[in-house]
Ligand binder design. Structure first.
Ligand code: 5GP
Length: 118
């Protein structure tokens, strides 16, 4: 669980519908929404409703079934939006570009096979 008094992450506030987001998929344990600052024509964030895992390494150790579910949801979204050719990115740590410390993956793709992410 989050430590007592910890400030909820921005993603917790999206999950609680306290701030708006364009939600594209949801299960009992996973939620996916459009990234607010897309780095690619298709850029979706997939995160866990559980708040205690700060990154993918912690999630893999603590709940590998939930990590597998997150990847399945990501793949379903990517199939629909990119035709199945996509990047699945987990930034792990601030030095690697992680800014939200609530485990999440980025699905990035082009959505148009005449282009590529380069
Ligand atoms: P990270 O840098 O931690 O791997 O990824 C965090 C992602 O969350 C960034 O791509 C950023 O644009 C996105 N993000 C941050 N705040 C919000 C928000 O309030 N709403 C949405 N939809 N995305 C956000």
């Amino acid at each position: 669980m989050s430590s007592p008094g910890a400030k909820p992450s921005i993603f917790s506030r999206i999950i609680a519908r306290e701030i708006p987001a364009t939600i594209v998929a949801e299960t009992d344990r996973i939620i996916a929404f459009e990234d607010i600052a897309p780095q690619a024509p298709v850029h979706i964030v997939i995160t866990t409703k559980a708040t205690q895992y700060r990154n993918v390494v912690e999630l893999a150790a603590g709940d590998p079934a939930l990590l597998a579910e997150l990847v399945r949801v990501a793949a379903t979204i990517a199939d629909e939006r990119t035709g199945g050719e996509f990047r699945l990115v987990f930034n792990n740590g601030a030095a690697a570009g992680q800014t939200v410390f609530h485990v999440h993956a980025h699905v990035m793709g082009v959505g148009d096979r005449s282009q590529s992410l380069g």
